[in-house]
Design a protein around this ligand. Structure first.
Ligand code: URA
Length: 411
């Protein structure tokens, strides 16, 4: 294989065959192909695109660059969901135990947050004692015993993606649908779930800003999953406004527990039910979406899903007591209310502004290895349609030191 011939073929709009793509990715992972040639190919893909067949080959090659977790012959169908990331998106914390309570096995490998977008792993790290770095064998044992487990990415899972993502980040080649698809799918497929449900966020605080872009990504993800033998579904959901009334790690865990108790903000509960219903119908647990919604709502209301969450936390070494006493989660030294400048209905809440505010409060990180304040964030956040009196709280800010007053006109 001559790397420059493959680059030239893609540059000129050609279709790469499976062997060419595999050889290139193997060479890049082993170090035989240098960063500059991989960058050139990524840029050629950015401009020339890839067919669904090429995207599937790229995904498969990247998936096979490291370890593969397998769940062959498991008694329960295995399923997972992936979100492209949003503000206040704590859905994995409810969906994993809810789907497990319904009868699926949920092996979930999640990432950390970067920039304004939070990561499930940081939320779990906010739970005292919860270990997100378990070996794969222990991860599988917990899935078998409890029904679900959420851990962090290991270096051995799709290492080609780790290397390529860092390169894309500094070569202007992140926003390419085939490259995003292969990046997301290689990690998800390596974790072994047979059913994958995608929550493709769309809006001003999302990776995909327009419905057209979100649809293209949703189509590409489901097509690649189907081509590689998985059952898939995708929902495109709004990310102009934050999800729920909390943003920030420990505060979001508390809201997730509230939702697992049958409460929680209606938008959070609704999306939890909709995404989990796709998983359970694809897994054959429920015959149709209507039955799934009803059955899953019951598991939120009768404590079935909360019980699985409690057992998952305990199996990971976390303090199960936080389920009944969320005040044991990390708490900020300073809590400040932001009052409404005048009475009226809230017409909009800008998820981008809220995400940036939480980052400034210390609840996010700007570098991959940056520190994070688990207690920092926002709660009691108003939602569009709420009525507020003059001076009534629009939100509460949680931080380690008194934050500068935010400008309410920006919300
Ligand atoms: N998330 C990923 O894991 N990869 C991408 O390329 C984009 C978002």
């Amino acid at each position: 294989m001559i790397p420059q011939w493959i680059i030239e073929k893609k540059r000129d709009g050609g279709v790469l065959d499976d062997a060419e793509i595999r050889a290139f990715i193997e060479g890049y992972t082993s170090g035989a192909i240098p960063d500059y040639q991989m960058s050139a190919l990524a840029m050629a893909i950015f401009f020339s695109g890839m067919t669904p067949g090429e995207t599937a080959s790229l995904t498969d090659a990247m998936m096979r660059s490291g370890d593969l977790v397998t769940f062959d012959d498991w008694p329960r169908p295995t399923a997972d969901k992936h979100s492209t990331g949003g503000i206040g998106d704590k859905l994995s914390l409810m969906i994993a135990p809810l789907a497990a309570a319904a009868g699926l096995a949920v092996p979930m490998i999640s990432g950390r947050g970067l920039g304004i977008t939070g990561g499930t792993l940081d939320k779990l790290d906010a739970i005292p004692g919860y270990d997100t770095r378990l070996p794969i064998a222990r991860f599988k044992d917990i899935v078998a015993a409890v029904g679900c487990s959420i851990i962090g990415q290991t270096d051995r899972l799709a290492p080609a993606d780790k290397k390529l993502y860092a390169l894309r980040d500094v070569t202007g080649t992140v926003p390419s649908i085939p490259l995003i698809t292969a990046s997301i799918m290689s990690k998800k497929l390596a974790e072994g779930a047979a059913i994958l449900v995608f929550d493709v966020k769309c809006g001003r605080a999302a990776f995909m800003r327009t419905p057209g872009q979100a649809q293209a990504l949703a189509d590409s993800l489901t097509r690649a999953g189907d081509a590689l033998g998985r059952k898939t579904a995708a929902l495109i959901t709004e990310m102009d406004r934050p999800l729920g009334r909390t943003v920030g790690n420990a505060l979001e865990v508390a809201e997730a527990i509230e939702t697992l108790r049958g409460g929680g903000p209606p938008d959070t509960r609704r999306l939890t039910l909709e995404l989990t219903a796709r998983m359970t119908t694809l897994g054959g647990i429920h015959p149709d979406l209507e039955t799934a919604r009803g059955g899953l709502a019951e598991l939120l209301d009768n404590g079935g899903a909360l019980d699985v969450f409690r057992r998952m936390v305990e199996a990971h070494g976390g303090a199960p007591g936080i389920v009944d006493a969320p005040h044991l989660l990390p708490r900020a030294k300073v809590v400040v209310e932001v009052g409404a400048p005048r009475a009226g209905y809230v017409t909009d809440v800008d998820a981008l502004a809220i995400g940036r505010l939480v980052l400034r409060l210390g609840g996010g990180r700007t570098k991959a290895d940056g520190a994070i304040d688990y207690a920092a964030g926002i709660d009691r956040l108003v939602q569009a349609g709420d009525y507020v009196e003059r001076g009534a709280p629009l939100m509460r800010l949680h931080a380690a030191t008194p934050p500068p007053p935010p400008d309410p006109s920006s919300f």
